[in-house]
Design a binder for this molecule. Sequence first.
Ligand code: NIG
Ligand code: MN
Ligand code: MN
Length: 320
Amino acid sequence: MYKPADKDAWKGRIDTQDGELGLRWNQLIQLLDLSRDVPAGSGGIVFLGFCCDEGVRRNQGRVGAAKAPAEIRKAMASFADHLPEEVHLYGGGDVFCPNQKMEEAQVQLGRKVELLLKKGYKPVVMGGGHETAYGHFLGIHKTMQEGERLGIINVDAHFDLRTDKPQPSSGSPFLQMAQELQQKGQEFHYLCVGIQEYGNTRKLFQTAKELGASYIPAQDLDSGVSTAVLKKVQQFLQGVDKVYLSIDLDAFAAAYAPGVSAPTAMGLVPHTVLPVLREIMASGKVVSLDVVELNPLFDLDSRTARLAATLLYHLVQRWV
Ligand SMILES: N=CN[C@@H](CCC(=O)O)C(=O)O
Ligand SMILES: [Mn+2]
Ligand SMILES: [Mn+2]
């Protein structure tokens, strides 16, 4: 269910004539084989793909997200290097989901994330449908100390708090997390940014309320980031010790993110989300993050893949 990265996956433009000043990400990336024990990471950032869209299929969506990690990688490979000297990038390969074995794939993803966190790396998981989030969470949860509060921030048009009965899907990851935490007597701290009223039933709003979830409707970001929005984010950050950040690309307007299972006509504008993301990263509490729901089959000129990659560019740059 796992394949280590190879150099070909990270091929990109090279400006040999410009030497050191001309470096791009494809020249910096080091490969890490997560099927073996890895050396201690001292904060290195590891890109790990989750090639799975079984959750999307189960959620009546448009499959194709299993092909997303390769496209995001391609879009990142030629980024110019402006990274602080202490930031190191690693290609961590891909976890696959053969024969619709989503639950197994999620466990495998969790194991890789757990390994990376325990060794001192910063994982960046490239989904996959939003079922990526539950596997990702499994790994983070294993590394939490007694009494530590995990803040889960989801940038998404949807709550993804659907029931996992009869089976989990891309619509259920955050309810699964809530249930898992509840079983262990731990609190569920969940903030969802970009909620579209029309995209979430009254049932989902009810579940969010019952779980004490916070959310910022997409409309609150229509005219830029207000101090009220930033305050809400800051308050959430203050109430937790560690943060897991998940970005579902369908939170963004279809003009920016056409390549998703469920496009959002009047979704968020990337420029207004960036200050919110910066605030989150500046907290120093983010331990792991993912970008999910890219579906290359519906993308236009790699627009959505480039958005995913560009968001990661900014996040990685500011990951303290
Ligand atoms: N990953 C979640 N997807 C959305 C899909 C909504 C739709 O198909 O319109 C959800 O379940 O709510
Ligand atoms: Mn989602
Ligand atoms: Mn969504």
